[in-house]
Design a binder for this molecule. Structure first.
Ligand code: ADP
Ligand code: SF4
Length: 691
């Protein structure tokens, strides 16, 4: 280990327990609930194996009155839940790490769609969400004193269950719009009793939760307080620098640990496109000066130098991480072993968050093994060596091809990767150069850096292969990873792609990728892909000084980026650059001078002068090479080629995360056949009633 990183491996006391080092996996959603306890245990256990000194759950509901259905959430309501969580604690303890549980009551932000209990809130203020997925039609009740006592009792009972499950750190949650936080803000807390009014009164509920939890767990667990400080830091206080200073001062040494964060998912878990590493610091930098107990916070830290700087400068005691620990569960061990250049750095794309919004177990662009540790037996760092090394030719050096090559090589196969362009990286050659996406280049860089020194790997840039070339090369296995092409198919009123648009001045992202950009405006970007690319192309064109208008059949620009926490910032970016915006519109025609759009719902037409149109619509696989090969079975057999398959976008176009997973799966199953996917089941050894 480099001596300057020694500080990261110092133990830290958290009340009665001691974290073995400063690497702290803060609570983060995993989409894994009691429905898949083994998947969850393996997912968290692998992080402890990789050196994280503390590994926490995501939000764990204390009672059915905190019910986030249909979003996935964990529970600690009964003995079956204790057993399910005990599996995770065992998996974490096996590697000497502490296990933490984020006990959670959502209050008025949990709609209790499943339990049908009227939600709890300080003053009946609803979460007036603007995103339909988070809206609810049941407004919360105003908590009376009995309700307050009940919520505290449920926290205590859940804390005792947590102790039985084996947790070492138990949380009180006062962040992200949930119940504790609702008591802190005057907009949501309009009470006139001892729980409302002054900051001291608004803090009372959270303080009582912390004190009751401490009483419940005694000397066996540390009690952490997780709190959002962004909004409070922006508010003046009579006697303190801000209301954030005031609330932390009022409870300075009440918890055993402060876990400090931002207030909403888009700012707390900001995408790299809009947020730098360490972006929380201006909000949370004061906490350590106010308290004598340790402080943990996050900032998508992947660089050990940034981590050490946080400690040296007195910002944090523990380096919190959610995404960096997902992208590389072995980040701490790599630093400890002086292998920090082998860290698989998080790219900040937030596909992991999108999984939670989708209601499914977590996925990661950089780490294909996430969520597959138990059900497929995939490990992020260890690979089953093959007893029968084969020659494997991968055609296409994009994310799918590079991942397939790297994992096949790590398994001991002889790997060649042929890429027609001079640079490897596939779609990333273009996309990582777009505004804000530099960090996405890590998908390519991590893999190339690992592949280059391997003696069983040959990389062939500037090598476009034909079917004849491949048969002549006669490898035993072939993976076609040639990607996908953007089409000129228009969005039809049936909500599927319709006819192809033919017009002068028409571009697709593939044209821009090879340097063929519109030379003059105005430019219309019509986007029904709805992920990041349409918005980014509009940004990039505007940055080139062209007049740009963005139109989409969706209700927002880059509509799907609501899933990745980027959408508010996409709108801000387009607005700042003066890009016009038309939503809910169909592109009817374009003739090289004028584009005609009509309203999706009313049919009302609008004309836009446009010298160029960039259509960001749908992609289809570039799989001609695959079909050419498999249609020549005799020649393949004569050449000794036993398998030809397509991976990544050449099989089914998707996000980069899909391509990496597809490449990984190909390599893991080489010589093994179909991969076995185990099915996890809930633990239901006892019929129990919720408290
Ligand atoms: P994926 O996301 O599935 O990896 P990409 O489109 O990112 O797909 O990458 C596909 C890569 O395949 C591109 O870099 C492209 O240049 C390369 N490619 C396409 N056809 C050939 C070919 N015939 N021979 C070699 N490389 C190819
Ligand atoms: Fe990081 Fe993206 Fe993986 Fe999330 S999905 S951990 S943001 S690389």
């Amino acid at each position: 280990m480099r001596p300057q990183y020694q500080a990261l491996f110092e133990p830290v006391r958290i009340g009665p327990v001691t974290a073995p080092n400063r690497f702290y996996q803060v609570p983060h959603a995993s989409g894994m609930t009691e429905a898949n306890p083994r998947v969850r245990a393996a997912f968290r256990g692998v992080k402890a194996e990789g050196g994280w000194g503390v590994v926490c759950t995501g939000a764990v509901s204390t009672h059915p009155s905190s019910d986030d259905s249909p979003l996935p959430f964990a529970r600690l309501w009964d003995d079956n839940d204790v057993r399910a969580h005990a599996m995770m604690c065992d998996a974490v303890h096996e590697h000497g790490a502490l296990a933490g549980v984020e006990l959670w009551h959502g209050g008025g932000a949990a709609m209790n769609r499943s339990s049908r209990i009227s939600p709890y809130s300080p003053s009946g203020m609803p979460w007036a969400a603007t995103h339909v997925g988070f809206m609810g039609q049941l407004k919360p009740r105003v908590m009376d004193r009995k309700d307050i006592r009940d919520v505290i009792r449920w926290q205590v009972e859940a804390a005792k269950r947590a102790r039985r499950a084996g947790f070492d750190i138990v949380y009180v949650y006062a962040g992200m719009g949930y119940l504790g936080y609702q008591f802190l803000l005057p907009e949501t807390n309009r009470r006139s009793d001892e729980y409302g009014g002054s900051m001291a009164n608004r803090t009372r509920f959270v303080r009582e939760l912390v004190e009751a939890t401490k009483d419940a767990v005694g000397d066996s667990c540390g009690v952490a307080l997780r709190i959002s400080l962004e909004e409070l830091r922006a508010r003046p206080s009579e006697h303190y620098e801000s209301q954030a200073h005031e609330v932390v001062s009022l409870m300075a040494d009440v918890p055993d640990l402060w876990d400090v964060k931002m207030d909403s998912s888009p700012t707390d878990c900001g995408a790299s496109r809009f947020r730098e590493e360490g972006a929380h610091e201006p909000v949370i930098d004061f906490v350590k000066r106010v308290t004598s107990v340790p402080v943990v916070g996050v900032g998508r830290f992947t660089s050990p130098d940034s981590m050490v700087s946080q400690i040296r400068r007195g910002v944090l005691d523990l380096i919190g991480a959610a995404r960096p620990s997902i992208a590389d569960p072995f980040l701490p061990n790599k630093i400890r072993e002086g292998r920090e250049d082998e860290i698989r750095e998080c790219i900040g794309c937030n596909i992991c968050i999108a999984s939670w919004h989708d209601g499914v177990p977590i996925r990661c662009t950089q780490n294909a093994t996430v969520g597959e540790e138990w059900r497929r037996g995939w490990h992020p760092e260890q690979f089953q060596l093959t007893s029968k090394p084969e020659s494997v030719l991968i055609v296409g050096g994009g994310p799918a091809g590079l991942e397939a090559g790297l994992i096949a090589a790590r398994r001991g196969h002889d790997v060649s990767i042929a890429e027609e362009q001079e640079e490897f990286g596939g779609r990333l050659r273009f996309e990582a150069a777009l505004p804000g996406l530099t960090a996405w280049g890590r998908v390519r860089d991590y893999r190339l850096q690992a592949l280059r020194p391997m003696s069983n790997v040959n990389l062939y840039p500037a090598s476009r292969l034909t079917a004849d070339d491949i048969i002549e090369l006669a490898p035993q296995k072939v993976a076609i990873a040639t990607g996908a092409a953007w089409t000129k198919l228009l969005y039809s009123a049936l909500e599927v792609p319709g006819d192809e648009l033919v017009a002068p001045g028409l571009y697709t992202p593939d044209d821009l990728a090879v340097g063929n950009w519109p030379g003059q405006g105005p430019v219309l970007v019509y986007d029904y892909d709805n992920y990041y690319l349409g918005g980014l192309v509009a940004e990039a064109l505007a940055k080139r000084g062209l007049s740009v208008h963005y139109a989409t059949p969706a209700g927002h620009a880059s509509a799907w980026t609501i899933m990745t926490n980027e959408q508010p910032f996409v709108h801000q970016a387009l607005y700042k650059l003066g890009v016009g915006l038309t939503t809910l519109s169909l592109l009817d025609s374009f003739d090289g001078n004028t584009a005609r759009l009509s309203s999706l719902f009313t049919g009302e037409q609008q004309e836009f002068p446009a010298a160029a149109l960039v259509l960001v619509g749908t992609r289809l696989p570039k799989d001609a090479l695959y079909h050419e090969l498999v249609n020549q079975a005799d020649r393949l057999e004569q050449a000794g080629i036993t398998e030809v398959c397509r991976i990544g976008d050449a099989r089914a176009p998707g996000a980069i995360a899909h391509a990496v997973h597809s490449g990984h799966e190909f390599a893991q199953t080489l010589g093994v056949g179909e991969s076995v996917v185990l099915r996890d089941v809930p633990i239901t050894t006892e019929e129990t009633a919720a408290s």
